[in-house]
Ligand binder design. Structure first.
Ligand SMILES: Cc1cc2nc3c(=O)[nH]c(=O)nc-3n(C[C@H](O)[C@H](O)[C@H](O)COP(=O)(O)O)c2cc1C
Length: 533
């Protein structure tokens, strides 16, 4: 693998930092991005005539119907989110499971919301930045009991599959990952792609961070649904980008693969793959014109791996990170025992999930609920590069309303099953401020900030480590979001003013970078979802 110049990732990170505009500066959203000396508005979204279509639609490929019925798997959501992917691996994916994964991750909901300007907004089963839904799902399949071998696209607009290629191409995918063991043995591999423009239309270059925030959020659904189906699942982030993109027939700069998930396990070796020719299948145009944000595409290209051998070498850098021991007072978490978990499986909870932005500031949430969510959302996943139980990011908490826990700032120690008090005090106003002046953060019972020490992550993983730093917190937060609904609570993902976050958590967080934030708590009874950023 070439020696990365990781200055590129650091420069990209700085150029996409959010900061607060002063009252005297013009700008609708009160947010600037990048270097304040070179003022740039953070939110673009100037031209509604070119707002991208929310769906990828293949013109001319026949739809393959998928069932909509959801089985009761008997797997509690809080158990499914905590699964690390390898247990109960006997089950083999079938067409119904592919349909469930599509529907419960990227499926369209009937729910719409009309904003004051009369525009209608659509929703999906998984949340996403700005409800812009730039992710697509593909399945690379062996011959299944009820589906011929092929490469399929999940069509969110009508809940069907489209066959993009006929034949068993898994060997090509295994080669692209340098024979990553879970991919080489999987009857089905799910690929998540992002089409940058669909998010960058509003968020400009910062859409590259959102690519991995939203992918992490969606992956939390994918992995929970696979766990509830007792299908082995391994998240694979090391692959030769061009080879995977060629197989999916996506160009690689407009739409590009961002994650693979090996599903199931078979002893039978994949046959040699047919030749991967270019297809250029016609798809419905997204908009009449597109803007390319070059800093975004340059960052993406700088984090690509050229060959399967490079992917294998990258994977060998897997980091079992040991965080520093606590220096302050510890409070042991007291999670609910397994036999006291709400019984509803992810298949039910996901349809109840929505973003919660109104919180009941008159009550506290139970310490057991707080403990259960921290414990079960941070156990990690089976992965080629992320080690379960050894997160790359540190989890800082602003506790505003948890029974038996003094309000203040805490650090989660997953291996110790405890939180360390860093600073006691009421910080609701500060919580609102650092979450880009969003009031729900100050009202919420808990704010969770995932902070990354980018220099050491990039030193280990090169520029591709930037993807990991962005994705990991969002994956854990997505799991937590599902878990809140199994506990009668709610959550919302968020954005934040980068440097103000780090300052707020310093001196402890000095030198680290803001990667992601989510907040959760008890919904206010009269709560109504309002549109966010
Ligand atoms: C990664 C991520 C970041 C988000 N950031 C914000 C935010 O800063 N402010 C906000 O109000 N909502 C935020 N949201 C919530 C989205 O706006 C919401 O998911 C989307 O509008 C769809 O609504 P739903 O989650 O109720 O289905 C975020 C969601 C995700 C997944």
């Amino acid at each position: 693998m070439r020696n990365d110049d990781v200055e590129q990732a650091l420069a990209f990170h700085n150029a996409t930092k959010y900061y607060a505009l002063s009252d005297s500066e013009p700008g609708d959203d009160r947010i600037g991005m990048g270097d304040p000396a070179d003022r740039r508005e953070a939110i673009w979204q100037k031209d509604w005539d070119i707002k991208p279509l929310l769906y990828k639609v293949y013109e001319g490929l026949a739809p393959i119907e998928l069932p909509r019925e959801l089985p009761d798997t008997g797997m509690p959501t809080l158990a499914a989110i905590a699964a690390t992917g390898t247990s109960g691996s006997a089950a083999v994916p079938d067409k119904a499971l592919l349909g469930r994964l599509g529907l419960l991750t990227n499926g369209s909901l009937d729910r719409t919301w009309t904003s004051a300007d009369g525009r209608e907004h659509h929703y999906r089963t998984a949340g996403g930045t700005g409800a812009l839904y730039h992710l697509e799902l593909y399945f690379v399949c062996a011959e299944l009991a009820d589906l011929p071998a092929g490469v399929y696209h999940y069509s969110a607009i009508d809940h069907t599959l489209r066959q993009v290629r006929a034949g068993d191409f898994r060997a090509a995918l295994a080669a692209a990952t340098g024979q990553e063991p879970s991919i080489a043995a999987a009857p089905v591999v799910l690929a998540v792609t992002s089409t940058f423009w669909r998010n960058a239309w509003r968020y400009r270059e910062r859409a590259y961070r959102h690519t991995f925030w939203d992918a992490g959020t969606s992956l939390s659904h994918i992995l929970a649904v696979a766990a509830s189906a007792r299908v082995a699942a391994t998240l694979v982030l090391g692959f030769a980008d061009a080879a995977v993109n060629a197989l999916l027939d996506v160009g690689g700069t407009r739409e590009t693969a961002v994650a693979l998930v090996a599903l199931g396990h078979t002893e039978a070796a994949a046959p040699p793959a047919p030749e991967v020719g270019r297809l250029d299948l016609p798809t419905r145009p997204l908009s009449s014109a597109e803007v390319t944000w070059h800093a975004l595409t340059d960052m993406h290209l700088a984090s690509c791996l050229p060959t399967g051998a490079d992917a294998g070498q990258w994977r060998s850098r897997r980091w079992e990170r040991t965080p520093p021991p606590p220096a302050g007072p510890l409070t042991a978490l007291a999670p609910l025992p397994a036999d006291r978990l709400d019984a509803r499986p992810p298949e039910q909870i996901i349809f109840r999930r929505r973003s919660t932005r109104k919180y009941d500031t008159d009550v506290e949430i139970p310490f057991a609920a707080f403990s259960t969510l921290l414990d079960r959302s941070t156990r990690g996943v089976a992965s080629d590069v992320l080690a379960p139980g050894a997160p790359l990011t540190d989890l800082y908490l602003v506790v505003n309303g948890v029974e038996g826990l003094a309000p203040g700032i805490y650090l989660h120690h997953p291996r110790l099953g405890a939180v360390e008090l860093l600073r006691e005090g009421g910080f609701r106003a500060e919580a609102t401020r650092i979450a880009a002046d969003q009031r729900y953060a100050g009202d919420a019972h808990v704010n969770l900030y995932y902070l990354a020490h980018l220099p050491s992550i990039l030193d280990r993983y090169g520029n591709r480590g930037y993807r990991l730093a962005q994705l990991e917190g969002a994956l854990h937060a997505g799991k937590l979001h599902l878990g809140t609904h199994a506990l009668g609570l709610g959550a919302v993902g968020s954005t934040a003013f980068d440097d103000e976050v780090v300052d707020f958590f310093s001196p402890h967080a000095a030198g680290k970078d803001y990667a992601f934030v989510t907040v959760f708590g008890k919904r206010r009874a009269t709560s109504r979802t309002t549109r966010g950023r």
